[in-house]
Unconditional design. Structure first.
Length: 111
């Protein structure tokens, strides 16, 4: 059985939205060379943005060491320093407490 696909796909929509984000240097696109053909370069994340974002990401402090990450499925997950995935996690946000992360809609690893 052959299936025909529409000429317009969700991928087309995604690519359009992605281009808008690139052009406006929004989110990950504000960091030069963060998104690469091989994935994400975590060292580029800590650099100064190529433009000033409207809401700069929080920086980690000694008291705010909980990493908030949004995965490809859009799930918001927070990572504690004791979590096995903590070191390789590239945070979109930093939190000072688990409650702060929960209030922002994040769930703990494995929850």
């Amino acid at each position: 059985m052959l299936t025909s696909f529409p000429k317009h796909t969700l991928l087309d929509d995604f690519e359009q939205v992605e281009q808008v984000a690139k052009d406006s240097q929004t989110g990950i696109w504000q960091y030069e060379n963060y998104s690469t053909d091989r994935g994400f370069d975590s060292e580029a994340y800590g650099q100064e943005p190529t433009s000033t974002p409207s809401t700069p990401p929080k920086e980690a402090t000694t008291d705010c060491d909980i990493k908030g990450n949004i995965n490809r499925s859009g799930n918001k997950i927070y990572h504690l320093p004791s979590d096995s995935s903590y070191e390789q996690t590239n945070p979109e946000e930093w939190f000072c407490s688990e409650q702060e992360a929960k209030n922002a809609g994040f769930k703990g690893v494995g929850q």
